[in-house]
Design a protein around this ligand. Structure first.
Ligand SMILES: Cc1cc2nc3c(=O)[nH]c(=O)nc-3n(C[C@H](O)[C@H](O)[C@H](O)COP(=O)(O)O)c2cc1C
Length: 355
């Protein structure tokens, strides 16, 4: 068991650092390539919200406010976890944080893995906080890293961010197909339960684009987690992205092609979750590409809706472009609520969804 930080020998450190930097840059570049998006597979286009020609309200009556993680929030949106700990990411995170603070969205930071072997990496957050003091940040660590650290290690990640919640991400497909991956998930559920019950802030579990099955959702009951983001198939696909990073003609490249559509569609995971008796909040993400998709996720019972790649694309352009896309999503969600006669997200959760 490693207390707090993962030890890397001094001759290994520059290599680990270089590998980390280039992996993060690859992920950003490859996620922007539409062929690495499993678009059309989320299921959002296969379902419809039933139009209500008598909404008996004004568009201005629609309120996006909600409650999640014990917090009152102005919108049900989450800027999903993307980046941390590398040169290109610092400016991006500053933009994300400013946009999220301005629009009142929750913001997940990318994996804080680098902080486990390089305590200097945590300095990024002081800078982000200065740019957006009021942003509500969620920390992030992969389950295969969580297994290797103790409670103090997790607390250090939370403290460096002043996080309002800690996300643990699940990515078995990515770790298996990543040439330098760590596909070690043994004892994961037990570790998750230990940390969730010991940590003083909410723990959120999320997939990363492959969704959660009924068995996985049920397995998370009684673990003490506060929320579970199904993050299903239909958007950014890590099999495809890691395939794009692996050497041409390699086994990893061939396997990534075989698994290019692997995963449970977001709509399927949300529908399965809705029929279960769960003791945590269900969140939805994976292929949410408009405020209408978000409305469908909320109608299927999601408390919070996360968006990653479209926000990255906009933020790379400018801070203003990011805020414009965030406002577009909010407006589209409001229109869907108006046209289903829903004044609140709670009412939206009760509207009919048609096939
Ligand atoms: C460039 C990039 C980096 C990501 N890094 C992380 C990460 O570090 N931790 C995490 O939990 N999810 C990460 N994700 C996954 C997203 O949070 C999200 O679950 C997934 O991309 C599906 O959402 P989307 O279809 O809206 O992109 C990343 C996504 C992108 C596009």
């Amino acid at each position: 068991m490693i207390a707090g930080t993962v030890q890397v020998s001094s001759d290994q450190a520059p290599l680990v650092d270089r590998q980390f930097e280039s992996r993060k840059a690859d992920h950003i570049r490859l996620s922007l390539d539409e062929s690495n998006q499993s678009l059309g597979l989320s299921g959002f286009d296969q379902i419809q919200l039933i139009h209500n020609a008598f909404p008996e309200m004004d568009l201005a009556d629609v309120s996006l406010s909600t409650r999640s993680l014990g917090l009152d929030l102005p919108t049900p949106f989450l800027l999903s976890s993307m980046t941390a700990g590398h040169a290109e990411g610092v400016d991006l995170n500053r933009r994300f944080a400013k946009g999220a603070a301005q629009r009142g969205w929750l913001m997940g930071v990318g994996s804080q893995r680098k902080e486990l072997f390089d305590p200097e990496a945590a300095k990024e957050w002081a800078d982000v906080r200065k740019s957006a003091p009021n942003v509500r940040l969620l920390g992030n660590i992969g389950l295969s890293q969580l297994i290797q650290i103790d409670l103090d290690g997790v607390k250090a990640l939370v403290d460096s961010l002043e996080a309002v919640g800690m996300i643990v991400h699940l990515n078995p497909l990515q770790e298996a197909l990543q040439p330098e991956g760590t596909p070690q998930f043994r004892n994961g559920l037990h570790k998750l339960e230990q940390i969730s019950k010991a940590l003083s802030i909410p723990v959120i579990v999320k997939e990363t684009g492959c969704g959660l099955s009924e068995d996985s959702l049920v397995a998370l009951k009684n673990t003490g987690v506060t929320a579970v983001d199904v993050s299903g198939l239909g958007g950014t696909h890590w099999g495809r992205i890691e395939g794009g990073r692996s050497v041409e003609g390699s086994r990893h490249r061939r396997a990534a092609n075989v698994f290019r559509n692997w995963g449970i569609p977001t709509v399927v995971s949300l529908s399965v979750a809705r029929d279960l008796d769960l003791d945590y909040e269900v969140w939805g993400s994976g292929g949410v590409r408009s405020g209408l998709d978000a409305a469908k996720a909320l109608a299927l019972g999601a408390r919070i809706v996360g968006v990653a790649q479209p926000m990255l694309k906009a933020a790379l352009e400018s801070e203003e472009a990011l805020v414009t896309v965030m406002e577009d999503f909010e407006f589209e969600l409001k229109v869907a609520m108006f046209c289903t006669g829903s004044k609140s997200v709670t009412e939206l959760a009760n509207v009919k969804v048609g096939l």
